[in-house]
Design a protein around this ligand. Structure first.
Ligand code: HEC
Length: 184
């Protein structure tokens, strides 16, 4: 009889052990906090310094896009809990890599877009596309940040602003004019 009970007791202790190991791992990874997106409020190179950004549009962008596309993420408390913080960092690094509204004046020409204005214009074109198609802001973000979800009216404001902003850039750079015309 006693022998029969032994395996069951062993099983419980294994589950317990695994639980302790998992708990230990969770505690240990808390010591590996990722660096925070640098929390800069410096607006010297912000997109609003490059093209006209009406205040209401700027506010929409700040609420719905800047957490991942600027140098100043407003972190939720659970960003301090790993592995959530690592996951957020991944999104922010990737989002910022594609587009940084707060560094928009620093956009460099590339092979494909040989002037600053052309490259900025291309980024604006992408803003238009991602907003129009509802790809941005990311769904995983709006599930938690309900206020970042774009209403139809907000979408319309962004799209109209992008058109005006691209026109503004086009007037400044004749190469961009060609790009602008060929994409319309
Ligand atoms: C939760 C983070 C997050 C938020 C909020 C967010 N983005 Fe993004 N964005 C990303 C990531 C990650 C990528 C790169 C991967 C991808 O294209 O899905 C990206 C890529 C982009 C790109 C480049 C697309 C391309 O084809 O290269 C544009 C443009 C963009 N986002 C615009 C916006 C706009 C406009 C908003 C607000 C309305 C916004 N994003 C909100 C994370 C975010």
């Amino acid at each position: 009889m006693e022998e029969k009970q032994l395996p069951a007791a062993k099983k419980v202790s294994w589950v317990k052990k695994a639980g302790y190991i998992l708990l230990g791992a969770l505690v240990i990874i808390q010591f590996f906090q990722p660096g925070k997106n640098n929390q800069s409020l410096d607006m010297a190179n912000d997109i609003s310094k490059v093209v006209t950004v009406p205040e209401d549009v700027h506010n929409i962008l700040k609420t719905s896009c800047y957490d991942c596309h600027s140098n100043n993420t407003q972190y939720p408390w659970y960003a301090n809990i790993q592995p959530v913080g690592w996951w957020l960092k991944d999104h922010i690094d990737e989002g910022k890599g594609h587009l940084n509204f707060q560094d928009f004046a620093l956009v460099e020409p590339s092979e494909r877009f040989p002037t600053k204005a052309l490259r900025q214009d291309h980024k604006l074109e992408e803003v238009y596309e991602t907003v129009e198609e509802g790809e941005m802001p990311l769904k995983s973000y709006t599930i938690i940040h309900g206020d970042a979800k774009l209403t139809d009216l907000q979408k319309k404001s962004i799209l109209e602003w992008v058109k005006a902003a691209r026109k503004e850039l086009a007037e400044r750079d004749s190469a961009a004019v060609t790009a602008f015309l060929s994409s319309h």
